[in-house]
Design a protein around this ligand. Structure first.
Ligand code: CA
Length: 169
């Protein structure tokens, strides 16, 4: 009986351990991008093809057709999610995410959100980014509008803001 109990305990342990390992190996759920294909507006574009909507088109492949570019400083990009939604974070794909030089990555920016387009709450404040892709989890809020405001567009004196994608999740 002792032997059986021991075997039982061992198999229970193994079952628990393998469950834990399986859970650990599971790929984390992908974010659902609330901004994908939604309406976007922004400061004046660098050239045709680089409209605000290109920051929510789900593509990174083209340096001339898949990013939002503006030379206004500070610059802004506003996304209308279409309805008030639960927002828990953002992923921003900067110049380097589109295979452009990393010194073109957005240096200083904030993100603010609003339910009505009038009252805004700043939820992200990044003073010195260098990365090509940045993730910004926040305490979940209700928001319909999301605005990226860029105060320093690159790592250099280059005044162009280049945003390949803003994902809202
Ligand atoms: Ca894009």
């Amino acid at each position: 009986m002792k032997h059986v109990a021991c075997l039982l305990a061992t198999s229970v342990f193994l079952a628990v351990a393998s469950t834990a390992m399986a859970a650990g190996a599971t790929t984390p759920p992908q974010h659902v991008d609330l901004a994908l294909g939604k309406r976007a507006t922004g400061s004046p574009i660098c050239k045709p093809g680089e409209e605000a909507e290109k920051a929510v088109n789900g593509k990174l492949a083209s340096k001339t057709q898949d990013k939002f570019c503006t030379r206004q400083v500070p610059s802004w990009l506003r996304i209308d999610l279409g309805q008030a939604s639960r927002v828990s974070g953002f992923t921003i794909r900067h110049a380097g995410a589109g295979d452009e030089p990393a010194d073109m990555n957005t240096r200083a920016f904030t993100v603010r959100v609003s339910v009505d387009g009038n009252d805004w709450t700043k939820v992200v404040d990044v003073p010195a980014n260098t990365a090509s892709v940045t993730e910004h989890p926040i305490s979940p809020v209700q928001a319909r509008y999301v605005e990226l405001d860029v105060s320093k567009p690159t790592q250099t004196d280059d005044p162009a803001t280049r945003i390949y994608e803003v994902e809202v999740w």
